[in-house]
Design a protein around this ligand. Structure first.
Ligand SMILES: Nc1ncnc2c1ncn2[C@@H]1O[C@H](COP(=O)(O)OP(=O)(O)OP(=O)(O)O)[C@@H](O)[C@H]1O
Ligand SMILES: [Mg+2]
Length: 257
């Protein structure tokens, strides 16, 4: 793992994930590269998007198949903690620890005995448009939802990840906070060369932010295409159909298909 300093690509070879007899992800074959820019994971509720990100963060392991990093490292043989540091995940419902913004940001690096300097914390806060002077000593329970979400993002960034996995990071935010987070993500790609893989329900956000789309449906990849290609291939009604035809099965495989 020591040699993994930059991200080039992730490949899923025939990956399936089951809980008991329920297959949640089915025979996924896909390669996600740095060169393709921001990758959006899109699909109806229950299609397996969060499960997909959890696999990439090695919070869970495939029941079948293998995930390979940079054409070289098999996930199954990599230490999970090191991998999670480099491939950071911002959860769908993140929570902050009680305490100050500073304490939350310092937490991850502290686990690795890497103290963050005052300047580093300030720079991280500036990245998400939070004024260090105003926010560094604030108690997190007093922050607004949008501010909390940005602190969660900073906390993930404090580990200096090469890849950022984001699970619907703006779904509970108002339009202004949403745009701030989107601008931050754009900057992270350009200035810090971080690869972003983002789960989103919003087609508008997909259009604005992503360069490629992986559309998941019933635990399978319906399509992988550049965002431009996706929106020129499917009409708006066809895209709505893609979402509609999903049968929500509460995790049970749909036997009638
Ligand atoms: N540990 C588990 N045990 C049983 N079923 C599970 C488990 N984890 C996920 N599932 C089921 O797998 C399916 C996919 O879940 P997942 O959370 O990945 O969907 P999603 O696409 O992220 O949905 P949403 O858009 O609503 O967040 C769902 O039907 C869910 O109930
Ligand atoms: Mg989800």
């Amino acid at each position: 793992m020591q040699e993994f300093l930059s991200f080039k690509q992730l490949t899923l070879n025939d990956v399936s994930y089951s809980v008991g007899t329920t297959q949640i992800l089915k025979n996924i074959n896909v390669t996600i590269t740095k060169d393709e820019g921001i990758t959006g994971i899109v699909g109806p509720s229950g299609s397996g998007k969060t499960t997909f990100l959890r696999l990439l963060n090695k919070l869970i392991s495939p029941s079948q198949g293998e995930i390979i990093l940079n054409q070289r490292y098999q996930y199954s043989t990599q230490p999970s903690r090191e991998l999670r540091k480099k491939i950071g995940l911002l959860h769908q419902s993140s929570f902050l620890f009680p305490g100050t913004v500073k304490a939350n940001v310092e937490y991850g690096p502290q686990i690795w005995n890497i103290p963050l300097s005052f300047e580093e914390i300030n720079n991280l806060l500036r990245k998400v448009d939070l004024s260090p002077l105003k926010y560094i000593d604030r108690t997190v329970s007093d922050l607004s939802g949008g501010e909390k979400q940005r602190v969660c993002l900073v906390r993930t960034l404090a580990n200096k990840p090469c890849v950022l996995l984001l699970d619907e990071p703006t779904s509970s935010l108002d339009i202004v906070s949403e745009r701030i987070v989107e601008e931050t993500l754009g900057k992270l790609v350009k200035e810090d060369e971080i690869k972003i893989i983002i789960v989103t329900h919003s087609l508008e956000q997909t259009k604005r932010l992503t360069d490629e789309i992986i559309f998941l449906k019933n635990g399978k990849i319906e399509t992988q295409a550049s965002t431009k290609e996706f929106f020129s291939t499917y009409s708006e009604n066809q895209i709505i159909d893609l979402f509609k035809k999903e049968k929500i099965t509460n995790g049970r495989d749909n036997k009638s298909e």
